[in-house]
Ligand binder design. Structure first.
Ligand code: SAH
Length: 218
């Protein structure tokens, strides 16, 4: 890690890890990543004192950094072994990108807002993330150049699975995406077997809308 973690926020970080365990997160790799990542560097100054609450926080431009429990649950559901190539849609604050970068081989992350991405890029650099490539663009179309992906995680709510993402998922791969209305979605894990996506609904969530050619109109 490029910047050593000081004693700052250590107690708060430890309490967050305990809260995640209490809520049922068991994957030790995921818990360790939460224990070691400085979430406070991924949020704006105005909400920094709340960095280690189990809550979603505003990150500007009407977007939010997801609640830690939702990130933990999502990343745990992907059951990463460290060897995967992962596509993330909706980089946002970059916190989940950092989680994924520790738990997989390579991360490809697409964010629609170039402004947000310009803010996130140096933070990922600062915390020592070296295996993540970032792209400003419409993530509903995936990132064809680097497909297929062993895992795809979408961090914004979609009306349905974007066909491009289904196509860019490797055989045996896992796709995690909130699907439903603009207001409320089912976080759903799809597994690809014989070219067909098989859904497992996980939990009800409220994500910001996935806006793009194969998502919602803006
Ligand atoms: N995991 C991020 C989530 C941020 S909110 C975090 O916790 O910080 C969801 C993000 O998805 C927003 O930054 C939004 O700009 C982005 N987004 C919405 N539609 C998108 C699209 N079609 N392609 C890429 N990113 C998109």
């Amino acid at each position: 890690m490029a910047r050593a973690l000081g004693p700052e926020y250590r107690g708060a970080r430890r309490r967050l890890v305990e809260a995640l365990q209490d809520r049922g997160i068991r994957d030790l790799g995921v818990l360790r990543a939460f224990d070691e990542l400085p979430r406070h560097l991924f949020v704006p100054d105005t909400v920094r004192h709340r960095s280690y609450e189990d809550a979603a926080l505003p990150i500007g431009g009407g977007q939010t950094i997801s609640q830690p429990y939702v990130h933990a649950r999502a990343v745990e559901a992907l059951a990463l072994t460290g060897r995967e190539r992962v596509l993330e849609i909706g980089t946002g604050s970059g916190f989940q990108t950092a989680l994924l970068s520790r738990l997989s081989a390579q991360v490809f992350s697409v964010e629609r807002s170039a402004t947000l991405l310009d803010r996130t890029r140096p933070v990922l650099q600062e915390v020592g993330v070296r295996n993540a490539s970032l792209l400003a663009g419409d993530g509903t179309l995936g990132w064809r150049e680097f497909a297929p992906f062993d895992a795809i995680v979408v961090s914004a709510g979609a009306p349905d699975v974007p066909p491009s993402l289904a196509a860019q998922l490797a055989e045996g791969g896992r796709l995690l995406i909130p699907v439903g209305s603009r207001e409320e979605q089912q976080l759903t894990l799809f597994t690809k077997r014989d070219g067909v996506l098989h859904p497992t609904p996980l939990t009800t969530v409220r994500f910001v809308p996935l806006v793009g050619a194969e998502g919602w109109a803006s």
